[in-house]
Unconditional design. Sequence first.
Length: 235
Amino acid sequence: MSGHDSQSVLSIRLGSSLCYFLPTKTGAVLIDAGNAGRVDHLSSVLLAHEHELQRISLIILTHTHHDHVGSLAELKLRTGAKVMVHAAEAEYLIQGHTPLPHGTSPWTHLVVQTGKVIGFGKYEAVQPDILVTEDMELHDYGVAGRILTTPGHTMGSISVIVGKKAFVGDTLFGINKDTVFPPFVTNAEDLIQSWNRLLDTDCLTFYPGHGKAIDRWRFEHSFEKLRGQRYRKSQ
Ligand SMILES: [Zn+2]
Ligand SMILES: [Zn+2]
């Protein structure tokens, strides 16, 4: 899947996840780097939209699961782009392995257990350049936007806020029609705090790492439903 939107952000599927390409005045930012072996595909999609891979000067990682960093090493090599990641996951990136969080359902729990056995979660190691430790502006990198720390799916999950758009990685999932809750979470309490933080912005559209863009109404609706379930559980 790929497509244009009003501010010429491209969403491009790289294997099982999406990356987002944002042209800037001086270059371009890529949010996430998909599964391994997808750089030629990315390059050809960009060319079809009259952009060049070499324009990418910054790669922001929403987190370091293998399906978001698989093509990172090759991309960094071919573009010389700087890599931005939350400090909590820098060590994973350097080692080329990010442990998977617990599943939130019996089925995803099984996926995690199977993954541990077959070495799921491994990828080509990358040295990060910019470590995020708290919310920060991106003006210095030519982007009229900011980073919001949104832990929960992983401890180092971050979101990128540009205007009224939020690029949220796996903090929200756009695949299930009943909920935007991700199938894997490291810390559900943190995740809920992060959802609050995202809804505190004036963003109207939330772009996930998997599935379709989520409008604010749908996100709020999922949140209300989740709060209702938690309230009933605590009774
Ligand atoms: Zn993930
Ligand atoms: Zn993912």
